[in-house]
Design a protein around this ligand. Structure first.
Ligand code: AMP
Length: 430
């Protein structure tokens, strides 16, 4: 018996969820599943890593399974929109997992790959389609997909879709779906433009908020390392000498920078994958697979590629370059410390990036501790006036830590720990 049983989800769903090792619903699941099962519209403010995918996927599967509606040719009964192909893929993978014993028909559609496979998949109709806005409209305009049978419309990472300029596409798509429908929208923030969109698309929504706007997950230990630009690569190689840095996601500002960092790591004997906008879909998929499977210890990415990466056990996120957008920082470091496990986010900051750091600290409403205990620390950057950051030596717990880069913070252990809602149920074969 798990706490999920109290939510009255169909048995085949409960079975799949139990096999995943979920025992207790996460806070967003505890609050969103019931209203969604009741057919209500909802606006969910939640970061990735909170379990929001299952929060909308489980009630969606339940409603589709218990209703007698059939799929229609070239149609879908539920549409989930996501900003990037990585996220669309990730959502689809989750849905397939929870759908294992229901066997509803699902499909995923995004650009950058051949459209013909997607067309044939949609030909006989599906129950759930996960898609990015551009490819979805392509399919619709080519007459390969009708949206007039959609019963449930879900927008994931709506804030990101707006940031990426998808507002007109989202409006067009919404207009193609019957107004008699259930709509759910998820966003990491409730920015003004998100509010505006919610007012247009949702009907008396239930609001479910599990984390205040732009807060970082408390399970992520954050540190900033002051380092001159030209020493960043050496610092990175030095950090990776620590075995506690088991699986690391590294962010750079540019594609060129990503390539250079990856080359440097490879030269230092670290198997490294790269994902950025110049990589083809299959190259990106191969890199994520290698990283997920443990063949690559490091993955270097630009922001474009960061959203949909759901790889368990990322012990460290390293901001090789600090992002100029505080929101990007929040999303980047959200790749570790997922599902309540602990993780470490290390940010390199050169003199030009100090303004970014200040901005980030203002947004996340906390100071990021400085980690000085490494050979490339720059006092000059640290002592530059006007930087209101707390100073602390080593990895915490007082004094110099011999393993300042390991997880755990405050002298704790370096293995990611399980959150309270994951206890007792190891995920899969773990
Ligand atoms: P999400 O925020 O949807 O990207 O989910 C983050 C991670 O949490 C994924 O790896 C999920 O498999 C996992 N997860 C979601 N719900 C639960 C749960 N109730 N118990 C344990 N793990 C979960």
């Amino acid at each position: 018996m798990t706490d999920f049983e109290g939510l009255y989800l169909a048995q085949p769903i409960l079975r799949a969820v139990a096999e995943e090792g979920y025992t207790t619903p996460t806070p967003i699941q505890a609050r969103a599943i019931a209203p969604l099962m009741d057919g209500k519209d909802i606006i969910g403010i939640a970061q990735t890593g909170t379990g929001k995918t299952a929060a909308f996927a489980l009630p969606l599967l339940h409603r589709l399974a218990v209703s007698a509606q059939q799929t229609k040719k070239r149609s879908t009964r539920a549409l989930i929109l996501a900003p990037t192909r990585e996220l669309a893929n990730q959502i689809h993978v989750c849905i397939k997992t929870y759908n294992k014993y229901l066997r509803l028909k699902t499909a995923v559609a995004y650009g950058g790959v051949s459209i013909s496979g997607q067309i044939s998949k949609l030909h006989h109709g599906v129950d759930i389609l996960v898609a990015t806005p551009g490819r979805l409209l392509d399919l619709e305009r080519q007459g390969c997909l009708r949206l007039d049978w959609v019963e449930t419309f879900i927008l994931d990472e709506a804030d990101r879709m707006l940031d990426m300029g998808f507002a007109p596409d989202m409006k067009t798509i919404s207009d193609l779906i019957p107004s008699q429908r259930q709509t759910a929208m998820f966003s990491a923030t409730m920015a003004q433009n998100v509010k505006g969109l919610a007012e247009k698309l949702l009907n008396h929504p239930v609001k479910v908020e599990v984390a205040p706007v732009a807060t970082t997950a408390s399970t992520v230990k954050q540190r900033v390392l002051f380092v001159e630009k030209e020493k960043k690569r050496s610092l990175l190689a030095h950090l990776l000498e620590d075995k506690a840095v088991e699986r690391v996601l590294i962010f750079t500002r540019s594609k060129f920078g990503a390539d250079a960092v990856a080359r440097h790591l490879e030269r230092n004997g670290v198997n490294t994958g790269i994902i950025h906008g110049n990589k083809t879909q299959s190259q990106r998929e191969r890199a994520i697979k290698g990283f997920k499977g443990g063949r690559m210890r490091a993955l270097v990415a630009t922001d474009v590629a960061s959203r949909g990466i759901d790889v368990d056990g990322i012990t460290h996120v390293i901001n090789f370059d600090l992002p100029n957008e505080p929101d990007s920082y929040v999303h980047r470091i959200g790749r570790t410390g997922r599902a309540g496990a602990s993780g470490t986010a290390l940010s390199f900051c050169d003199i030009e990036e100090k303004a970014f750091l200040l901005d980030i600290q203002k947004t996340i409403r906390q100071d990021v501790e400085v980690l000085e205990d490494h050979p490339f620390h720059s006092d000059k950057i640290a002592n530059d006036p006007g930087l209101p950051v707390k100073k602390k030596r080593g990895g915490g717990g007082g004094g110099r830590s011999r393993r300042p880069y390991g997880g755990g913070g405050g002298g704790g252990n370096s293995r990611p720990s399980k959150p309270h809602w994951k206890k007792g149920g190891a995920k899969k074969a773990a």
